[in-house]
Design a binder for this molecule. Structure first.
Ligand code: NAD
Ligand code: DAU
Length: 332
């Protein structure tokens, strides 16, 4: 039976990965999470203690990381500061967690000779023009725009260097925008859903023409598992499900699915340096590893996500006022 160490497992994608792995594999799971503002222990509620344990600590603590890595077979490294807007306000913690934290994870897997899968983002490639037929591929040059994406790009480079220089057994995946249950309400989709539940109008940055390539979190995680099982060491796989939509289209769809007029939103201040378009070409993952997404109808996945936020107000309510106060101070 495989022992997984999941860093950042109390966050959005990590917690969904833990639920997914316990339901779909026979692995044991240890989560290492610092429970920052983005970590939520209730996202890991109800899991059997026989196969799951939680450790409260940081990937920037080398002794703790080494001890937990030694006790595991495979490390899945999700832990990160993940929000672009926050990285514009305070980039320092992004450097500490995303770069220095990844360095400590790499040193530990190197010392104990363990398999690593590093979770990264399509944002390392910068952005594309709206009318460009191109998509990101593993050959696209790195060109990150924000402190967040630059810190993730740096972490990817560290992983590649540790593979080449020290023979670390690692794979990397760069995924597009995830949606689904348990995403922090600072992020675009859950912010708008919870605004509407509260009777407030959704907020669109600028003109809202920016395009994101949406994938359901369970599809991201099934791809991660496929790469852990069948990916080639040292390789990078791009994960995406052909889900390109403009922000305006997404906000209009959320309004419609929640029974409101599609034009019932406000335009607010744009994000500095706002990336225009992301788009993933996942051919390598599909053809070499035979992966396919399950959620091919965005409207259906979005509707399920809306229902999750409607049914789980106790999960998000404690964060709502502070999150909106931060945005209001920036005219967003
Ligand atoms: P999140 O912000 O919801 O969760 C991050 C988790 O990491 C939280 O539980 C937090 O407490 C924990 N954490 C933060 N600093 C830590 C530290 N120093 N030590 C240990 N734990 C720490 O983020 P997410 O959206 O779930 O993203 C997870 C990973 O996936 C990140 O690496 C992110 O770059 C990547 N990613 C996210 C998306 C997306 O659309 N959300 C897409 C592609 C890749
Ligand atoms: O592409 C992968 C990335 O996707 C991940 O690496 C990041 O961790 C994740 O946060 C996400 O980054 P984005 O910046 O694309 O996601 P966010 O949810 O913050 O915003 C999505 C789009 O919606 C973006 O164009 C900004 C816009 N937006 C966002 C908010 C919060 C709005 O128009 N209004 C809003 O209120």
């Amino acid at each position: 039976m495989t022992s997984l160490l999941v860093t950042g497992g109390a966050g959005f994608i990590g917690s969904n990965f833990v639920h997914w792995a316990l339901a779909n594999t026979d692995a044991n799971v240890t989560v290492l999470d610092a429970l920052t503002y983005a970590g939520n222990l209730s996202s890991l509620g109800g899991l059997s203690a026989e196969r799951f344990q939680f450790v409260n600590g940081s990937v920037t603590s080398p002794g703790l990381v080494s001890e937990l890595v030694e006790a595991s077979d495979v490390v899945v490294h999700f832990a990160a500061e993940s929000h672009n807007d926050n990285s514009l306000e305070g980039p320092g913690v992004f450097i500490d967690t995303n770069i220095v934290g990844t360095y400590h994870v790499l040193q530990a897997v190197r010392q104990h000779q363990k398999r690593l899968h590093h979770i990264s983002t399509d944002e390392v490639y910068g952005d594309l023009e709206l009318d460009d037929p191109a998509k990101f591929t593993p050959a696209t040059p790195y060109n990150p725009s924000s402190p967040y994406s630059a810190s993730k790009a740096a972490s990817d480079h560290l992983v590649r260097a540790w593979v080449r220089s020290f023979g670390v057994q690692a794979t990397i995946s760069n995924c597009s925008n995830n949606y689904g249950p348990r995403q922090h309400i600072e992020k675009f989709i859950p912010r708008q859903i919870t605004n509407i539940i509260d009777g407030h109008r959704p907020k669109l940055y600028g003109a809202g023409l920016n395009v994101r390539d949406w994938i359901h979190v369970d599809d991201h995680n099934s791809a991660v598992w496929r790469i852990i099982e069948e990916g080639a060491i040292g390789e990078t796989y791009l994960i995406g499900a052909d889900g390109e939509k403009s922000n305006r289209e997404v906000i209009e769809l959320i309004l419609e699915l929640m029974g409101l007029e599609p034009d019932g939103y406000d335009h607010v201040n744009d994000r500095a340096g706002h990336d225009l378009r992301y788009a993933i070409d996942a051919t390598k993952l599909r053809e070499e590893l035979g992966w396919e997404p399950r959620y091919t109808d965005f409207s259906e996945g979005l509707d399920e996500t809306i229902t999750w936020y409607e049914d789980n107000e106790t999960w998000w309510r404690p964060m709502k006022d502070a999150t909106e106060a931060k945005y209001a101070a920036k005219g967003q």
